[in-house]
Design a protein around this ligand. Structure first.
Ligand SMILES: [Zn+2]
Length: 118
């Protein structure tokens, strides 16, 4: 489990090319996702707390730590299936440990936002 990272959101579903994977990794991106935007920005605009839970299925092709060959759809589905129980446990834990009231700054995020035209 990683608490932070930099996610790049691409249109999909599809697998990245080797050149794209290299570009993302070189840019400091740690996770490639196809559904993280615009949800995060919209949540901020509504001053909602937001967290992304990414079930990482594979190292991108050509990225250090991964295999040399491309991942297959079957392999992705197998990893996703094997993570379902972990996801269920995580969600149950999160819901059961949520505080009754927020202590974060999400609820007042727009009050401190600086807009270029104001
Ligand atoms: Zn929050």
């Amino acid at each position: 489990m990683h608490q932070t990272g930099t996610m790049v959101v691409i249109q999909g579903p599809r697998f990245s090319t080797r050149a794209e994977s290299t570009a993302y990794a070189t840019s400091g991106c740690t996770v490639i996702n196809m559904t993280g935007a615009p949800e995060a920005a919209l949540a901020r605009e509504l001053e909602l707390c937001y967290a992304n839970i990414s079930l990482v299925t594979d190292y991108d092709v050509g990225v250090s730590g991964g295999s040399d060959g491309p991942v297959s759809h079957v392999e992705v589905r197998q990893v996703l299936a094997s993570n379902q129980e972990n996801l269920r446990k995580l969600l149950l834990t999160l819901v059961s440990t949520m505080p009754d009231s927020r202590t974060c700054e999400c609820g007042t995020a727009l009050a401190s936002a600086r807009f270029l035209n104001s």
